[in-house]
Ligand binder design. Structure first.
Ligand code: NAD
Ligand code: SER
Length: 312
């Protein structure tokens, strides 16, 4: 049975994940929820409910009414917004995860929770950052992601909750805009390239970070939830990646399609600090070995597809 509840459904990931889940499991099987009301694409194509994911009672009632057996928990505050308001990041990221895991324990649901490259910090190896390594992030976002990974492990070990997850890198997509992260430049650059032919980047040109195109991220989220549990050693918080990008490298790739495109730099010290504390590359061997993870899109294919969609 796949009766699915999605929190934070209106965000960058949810706006892609919900339609895919509805296509796979049926429109009425997927209850989309978010703290804000959303457009007709989300609310007319299947059930939708306004839901604050930090409200454990409301999450429990929604899961019960929907008869949910899987929760994709996407509600969160991302890294840059989290540095502007660290208490909000702690409240939303930890409060909602605790609420979702408790509901999962009581109602026997499986849970998908995305972690992030934000779990790594200045002390983690940079190239590559292994699956199992030192995790001492300097951001509140990273702190909530490390604590979240541990909490998921705890609920699995002590209460048998089938909690699984991946550490997503920066995600690139069209449609719903990114929610205030350090990797947002890799989305903004495409919109600005098409709209004005130039982009001013808030990170330095040589800052390298892991990235992934959204169709691969959706395959990863569904893939880990459908993986054979017998094969999973790590279960929760697998490193996954598809490509490593720098602003100057991606600008060069975009120029193959839009030769007049130019990039300039106006560095934001807060986001530059965050990016500098994250790895240049993560090692996703465990995900490849334990559940067959493999991305479809590299930089060339992703750039072509993004520009094709944005140029309309
Ligand atoms: P987003 O910011 O685009 O969307 C988050 C959604 O959560 C928004 O629609 C927002 O309205 C909703 N929300 C906020 N507070 C809420 C609350 N209290 N209750 C219910 N809904 C609430 O984020 P996203 O990019 O879709 O990320 C989803 C998850 O994936 C997060 O856990 C994020 O940390 C993780 N992740 C994202 C990326 C990325 O590049 N997008 C990378 C790594 C990990
Ligand atoms: N894209 C996310 C961020 O920058 C990574 O978790 O916050």
């Amino acid at each position: 049975m796949n009766r699915i509840l999605v929190t934070g459904a209106g965000g960058q990931i949810g706006s892609w994940l919900v339609p895919k889940l509805r296509e796979l499991y049926g429109e009425s099987a997927v209850l989309a929820t978010d703290i804000r009301s959303l457009g007709p694409q989300m609310t007319k194509a299947g059930p939708f409910q306004v839901l604050d994911a930090t409200d454990a009672r409301a999450v429990g009632q929604a899961a019960m009414r929907h008869d949910a057996d899987v929760i994709y928990h996407l509600a969160a505050i991302l890294s840059a917004v989290g540095e502007r308001d660290p208490r909000l990041a702690w409240h939303v990221n930890m409060g909602s995860l605790e609420a979702v895991l408790e509901v999962a324990r009581e109602q026997h649901c499986a849970v998908f929770t995305p972690s992030s490259i934000g779990v790594f910090g200045p002390d983690s190896p940079k190239d590559p950052a292994p699956q199992d390594t030192i995790l001492r992030p300097g951001t509140m976002y990273g702190i909530t992601k490390v604590a979240g990974e541990l909490l998921c492990d705890y609920y699995h070990r002590h209460f048998g909750v089938d909690a699984r997850g991946v550490r997503f890198p920066g995600l690139i997509s069209y449609g719903a805009p990114p929610g205030g992260g350090t990797t947002d430049w890799a989305v903004d650059i495409f919109y600005q390239a098409v709209e004005s032919g130039r982009y001013t980047c808030f990170l330095s040109g040589r800052t390298q970070l892991d990235m992934m195109y959204m169709p691969d991220a959706i395959r990863a989220a569904i893939g880990i939830m459908e993986a054979d549990p017998e094969r999973l050693v790590h279960r929760n918080a697998f490193n996954v990646t598809a490509m490593q990008l720098t602003p100057e490298g991606l600008a060069e790739e975009i120029r193959k399609h839009l030769p007049a495109f130019t990039i300039a730099y106006d560095i934001d010290p807060v986001r530059q600090d965050i990016a500098d504390s994250w790895p240049d590359r993560i090692d996703d061997t465990a995900a490849r070995d334990e559940w067959g993870w493999k991305p479809d899109f590299d930089t060339v294919a992703m750039t072509t597809d993004m520009l094709t969609h944005l140029k309309g």
